[in-house]
Design a protein. Structure first.
Length: 123
């Protein structure tokens, strides 16, 4: 899971370095995320049906890291009854703090502290 999130942030950093629009809007963030997840699933030979679980795990990891780094108020990102972060809230928070979170190493303990499963356990 951490590898997938790091790949997403590397893609955003590369896009920023190249002057492309990958981090210029929430829609572009979602497109970049969709591309990274699709490529990851294909390269690791996961079934296409796992896309939603992978995407949700990425949102949960990003939400945990935004919270850990105090970049998002705890009330800014909603969670459902299963503890899954609201995608729109995560993208909105990420849009505001993309460069800060992308430049900080992912804390795999933050994801586990939030009580979520690892991606590999989902399949």
């Amino acid at each position: 899971m951490i590898e997938l999130v790091e790949t997403f942030f590397e893609a955003l950093s590369s896009a920023a370095d190249l002057g492309t629009a990958a981090a210029d809007s929430p829609a572009e963030l979602m497109r970049a995320l969709e591309q990274v997840i699709s490529t990851y699933l294909e390269e690791n030979q996961f079934l296409a049906e796992t896309y939603n679980a992978a995407q949700q795990d990425v949102f949960n990891t990003i939400a945990a890291n935004l919270h850990e780094q105090h970049l998002a108020e705890s009330s800014a990102i909603g969670f459902d009854s299963h503890g899954n972060a609201n995608a729109a809230d995560v993208i909105a928070a990420l849009d505001s703090h993309c460069h800060e979170i992308a430049s900080t190493p992912i804390d795999d303990n933050a994801f586990n502290i939030m009580g979520h499963r690892e991606l590999s356990e989902s399949f």
